[in-house]
Design a protein around this ligand. Sequence first.
Ligand code: ADP
Length: 252
Amino acid sequence: MILEIKDLRFGYSKRSPLVLDGVNLELDKGEIGVLLGKNGSGKTTLFKNILGLVKPASGNILFKGKDLLKIKGNERAKHISYVPQNAEFGSLSVFDTVLMGRMPYFGLRSGSSDEEKTAEMLKEMGMEHLASRNVEELSGGERQKTAIARALVQEPEFMIFDEPTGNLDIANEQLILKEAGRVAKEKGIGILTSLHDINQALAVGDRFFFLKNGRILYSGDSSIVSKEIIEDVFDAKVNLIEHEGKKVVLNY
Ligand code: ADP
């Protein structure tokens, strides 16, 4: 397993109720795991725990069998990259911003191989024309793609995406999900992502984790995804149909 979470508990303060109240989760390398749950159910909080940005009250997070919290910052950055919902950037060109993803490898100054990898990534993402633009001048979707390119060029073993398609139009949504799937399969990278669109989740996910009341109430491959589970987790009415052998959720 690339990631194992065992009985994780976390609250933002001693007095407030636990946001995570016994989370268990397992993800293998090369797999895309999708975390699903209502707004405020604790998805981002779980990511912050995995990234070591906050400290669990109890439980274990293991990365390839090792306690993740004992792996030092720079070492962790080589293994895990993170794309938050609204990534922040300095006032740099798109090229230099993506190149920053290589920083855990180069220290002070980038080498030609770092620059080549950056150029390749911009090409794969259809972003060559943006290379010299300042990130501050980009649209929301372009910034999102820049953040994803920066994370991918890091060549991590494990990636976390927080709602990666939030700002994107349909074509870019498809591009990002395809790219994430390709990277996961070709490079054997484990990816854990939250997605609010269950149909997007069904299109890319290998494993599904439904978070409710601080726990993963349901997990498994797409065979577990049902109308009953979705309605329970999201407190909403939906319909689920089959189209060309695949499940499709209708939110009406
Ligand atoms: P999600 O990502 O699923 O929308 P979050 O992990 O952001 O949910 O939030 C889970 C819960 O934790 C919410 O009730 C939210 O209000 C609370 N929360 C999030 N961040 C903080 C914080 N920095 N301090 C206190 N409470 C927080």
